[in-house]
Write a protein that binds this ligand. Structure first.
Ligand SMILES: Cc1cc2nc3c(=O)[nH]c(=O)nc-3n(C[C@H](O)[C@H](O)[C@H](O)COP(=O)(O)O)c2cc1C
Length: 133
């Protein structure tokens, strides 16, 4: 996360942010990344991320222990920046369960992640004035 520059953010048409679930929410490092949009990159008051497409993905150790909250809080930070948020893969984005009986990222989870990436690309094209495919 520390490697993303202002130039990376402001030159992008779309941004997909992922986080591990830490205590039922995005990790502190990912939250700091969003906070740095203001502290380091000065997104406000001009809303410099306005109308860029945004999406979220998450990995969590357990099946039902914070992945959806994590994706929704990532999307909430994007909405606060007046970005256009989209889903794909799952209802709030792509996610994977990585511990217990579901170690790592399986084929279904990987294909959900690809579906999210495709939807972000398609919607970005629509917004930029092109056609979806
Ligand atoms: C501090 C900490 C808190 C965590 N809290 C949760 C949690 O609340 N729910 C959950 O499902 N997994 C939790 N996990 C497990 C991680 O979400 C999981 O291992 C994740 O896949 C790690 O992603 P990474 O390999 O990209 O770091 C936690 C892990 C750590 C280190």
């Amino acid at each position: 996360m520390g490697h993303v520059t202002a130039e990376d953010l402001f030159s992008a048409d779309a941004v997909i942010v992922g986080s591990p679930v830490y205590w039922s929410n995005m990790s502190g490092e990912v939250k700091t990344f969003f906070d740095n949009w203001q502290f380091k990159f000065g997104v406000f008051p001009e809303y410099k991320m306005k109308d860029k497409v945004g999406a979220a993905f998450a990995t969590g150790g357990q099946v039902s222990s914070g992945k959806e909250v994590t994706m929704l809080t990532i999307l909430a930070a994007m909405l606060g920046n007046q970005m256009i948020v989209v889903s794909g893969g799952g209802a709030f984005g792509a996610s994977a369960t990585t511990e217990g009986d579901s170690l790592g990222i399986n084929d279904q989870e990987l294909s959900d992640a690809k579906a999210l990436g495709q939807r972000v690309a398609d919607v970005t094209k629509l917004i930029r004035g092109g056609s979806a495919q």
